[in-house]
Design a protein around this ligand. Structure first.
Ligand code: ADP
Ligand code: MG
Length: 622
């Protein structure tokens, strides 16, 4: 058989290597920022267009490159950072593989401008798909600017594989944070489509964290510091009460390199044991320093995983140090800090002896007398917090469901939202003309029970309302016809900078639901109009939940982004379990539910109702 093995041409090898190193625009951002750090820059500017799909540009005031180095830097395995294999275990630079620039140049249009301190004139080089197009002398300042345009222009499959701009921007911001946090003394700036996203002056670690995550972060930080022979730990953990349901702010740096380590994460989490609930994650910014000989960084192309020689000791020390810091700062265990205060026994009641519940029967009740009203029925919105203990009694006191705690009426003006009723055609329910008021009642302030021709239906009130709101919101977002209620006084809200960024990303969709933003800047959001479906006092809660959900599950494309938005908003806005509903409210909910396109399942795919057939019942009596 003839010989069939060939050496791949360089540009093909580079393209293959690029597949490992460059997954998305954020990978380019990471490599270029790290090169600037390795060049000892003190000021670094990142410029992005269209989430990096059109342009990623990094400018630094670092060492720059000579004419020859400029050309060589794009060769594969060309690096100034190591000379021998031993150097791999004595790394003080971010890069060392010498393949980032070669990989990037294989799959994009790249332009390099660079000059060293001691040369008069610099170099301007352009490369497309590994081919040098031009190389000229140029008058440029000391340092380096690399512009990467049209990423994956020659690999359409990869380009199409890129996610929506909000998703890709999110990844870029994550990489930017990681490098900026590891190097607080370096000044960083980031611009996206011409506007300032971050402007971080040279500072210390604490200030850098605060500059990135917002001024409120400062008071949440607990310092951590320890030094032993094999490990030095510096940094901060977030106080337990600021733990989040999502992963949130969790950063490990080893010798100034951001790394991912489920094992070390576990060490920190276990130090928080007893201080946080199980489903809450701690936040941390921890900077570890170890002997360069005791780790191996060369186990992953993106260099975000490392192998420690003595993982167990590091685990134990990390856990003990974090525990110690939490103890030192007097952070007492809070076993259940989300406990519903409504269940605390009011002082008055603690002195009273219990009385047996009594049932009042309304002897004048006549189902034939009044027809249910259609239109503009008020829905009480999230009253359960104030009344949860009272609602334990209501069903007993005033008869099924229609009961209401003393002093609270369903038309309390402050906590309501208004629903337009919809025409409902066809009915599953018994339609005796005289009895249009369907007999419904509420079970445990959670389920609505209604008779059917064939038996009965049990509806989960929260899930049903989620379904109704979800369809309404999704329609508003896609059809773009929502109505706003103007606020008399604009609402000023404060979020961290990255959170404001996220809201900026979904601004358009939020506006379609009825929000009007008069300002979205730095850490401030000013809102002058809100959707008619919600009340002002719930806006903060709603936006925080939304940001949380987006961080948890970065939506893939515009369609799923709209879907997620509607789901998240519906979940926050829907009537909760524990809220008692009066007859009109129950009926209105049922009518709206069955006017939905998909009444059977909730937006998160749980069944909304179940039915019980008379035949099934009959069997129980045999
Ligand atoms: P590595 O960083 O692993 O060495 P790269 O492909 O990222 O590989 O870069 C190749 C070489 O180009 C580097 O070793 C460095 O000498 C040079 N270089 C890259 N970026 C810069 C920069 N911003 N300033 C100065 N030199 C740079
Ligand atoms: Mg590099």
């Amino acid at each position: 058989m003839a010989d069939i093995i060939q050496l791949l041409p360089d540009h093909v090898a580079n393209q293959i290597a690029a597949g490992e190193v460059v997954q998305r625009p954020a990978s380019v951002v990471k490599e270029l920022l790290e090169n600037a750090i390795d060049a000892n820059a003190t000021t670094i500017t990142l410029v992005i267009k269209d989430a990096g799909k059109t342009l990623v540009q990094v400018t630094d005031n670092g060492s720059g490159m000579s004419v020859t180095d400029a050309r060589l830097s794009f060769e594969r395995h060309a690096t100034s950072k190591i000379k021998s294999a031993e150097d791999l275990f004595n790394l003080h630079t971010k890069g060392f593989r010498g393949e980032a620039l070669a990989s990037i140049a294989a799959i994009a249009h790249v332009e390099l401008k660079t000059k060293t301190a001691d040369s008069e004139i610099g170099t301007h080089l352009t490369i497309e798909g590994s081919k040098v197009i031009s190389q000229d002398p140029a008058v440029v300042p000391k340092g380096t600017t690399i512009s990467v345009k049209n990423l994956f222009y020659n690999i359409p499959a990869r380009r199409n594989f890129l996610k929506s701009n909000p998703v890709e921007s999110r990844h870029i911001i994550d990489e930017f944070h990681r490098v900026a946090l590891a190097h607080p003394s370096v000044a960083f700036q980031m611009l996206h489509n011409g506007s300032d996203v971050f402007n971080l002056p040279s500072s210390n670690s604490r200030q850098r964290i605060v500059n990135i995550f917002g001024s409120k972060t400062n008071e949440k930080l607990v310092p951590v510091s320890e030094e032993t022979e094999i490990l030095k730990i510096e940094g901060f953990v977030l106080k337990p009460e600021f733990g989040k349901k999502s992963r949130g702010e969790q950063f490990f740096f080893v010798n100034d390199r951001f790394i991912k380590s489920p094992y070390l994460h576990h060490a920190v989490s276990s130090a928080f044991e007893g201080l946080m609930k199980n489903d809450v994650h701690p936040g941390y910014f921890l900077f570890l320093e170890v002997d360069t000989h005791s780790i191996d960084i060369n186990i992953h192309p993106t260099k975000t995983e490392i192998k420690f020689d003595d993982e167990h000791s590091i685990y134990a020390m990390l856990r003990a140090t974090v525990k110690h810091s939490l103890g030192q700062f007097n952070i007492a265990p809070v076993l259940d800090f989300e406990r519903d205060k409504g269940f605390d026994m009011p002082y008055d009641y603690s002195k009273k002896s219990p009385t047996a519940p009594s049932i009042d029967v309304d002897r004048d009740f006549n189902p034939f007398r009044e027809k249910p009203k259609q239109g503009n029925i008020s829905f009480p919105f999230k009253r359960e917090q104030a009344q949860s203990w009272e609602s334990l009694y209501v069903g007993l006191k005033d008869g099924f469901g229609s009961a209401r705690p003393p002093g609270r009426s369903s038309s309390g003006a402050d906590m309501e939202m208004e629903f337009e009723s919809e025409e409902v055609t066809g009915s599953l329910f018994e339609t005796n003309e005289a009895e249009t008021g369907q007999i419904t009642f509420q079970l445990q302030n959670k389920y609505i029970v209604s008779p059917l021709k064939s038996g009965m239906m049990i509806i989960h009130q929260n899930l049903a309302h989620q379904r109704i709101l979800y369809e309404e919101l999704l329609k508003n977002i896609t059809v773009k016809e929502a109505v706003s209620q103007q606020l008399l006084f604009p609402l000023q809200l404060h979020f961290s900078k990255p959170d404001v960024e996220i809201i900026e990303m979904i601004r358009e969709q939020l506006e379609h639901t009825g929000f009007i933003f008069s300002e979205l800047k730095d850490e401030t959001i000013e809102i002058s109009g809100i959707p008619v479906l919600i009340v002002e006092s719930h806006v903060v809660n709603l936006l925080s939940q939304l940001v949380h959900d987006i961080k948890e599950e970065v939506p893939e494309n515009d369609f799923s982004q709209n879907d997620m938005l509607a789901k998240s908003m519906a979940a926050t806005m829907a009537i909760k379990t524990g809220v008692s509903l009066n007859r009109e409210e129950r009926e209105h909910l049922i009518n709206q539910l069955f006017a939905c396109k998909e009444p059977t399942v909730s937006p998160t795919n749980k069944p909304v109702f179940t039915t019980l057939d008379v035949n099934d019942l009959d069997k129980k009596f045999m």
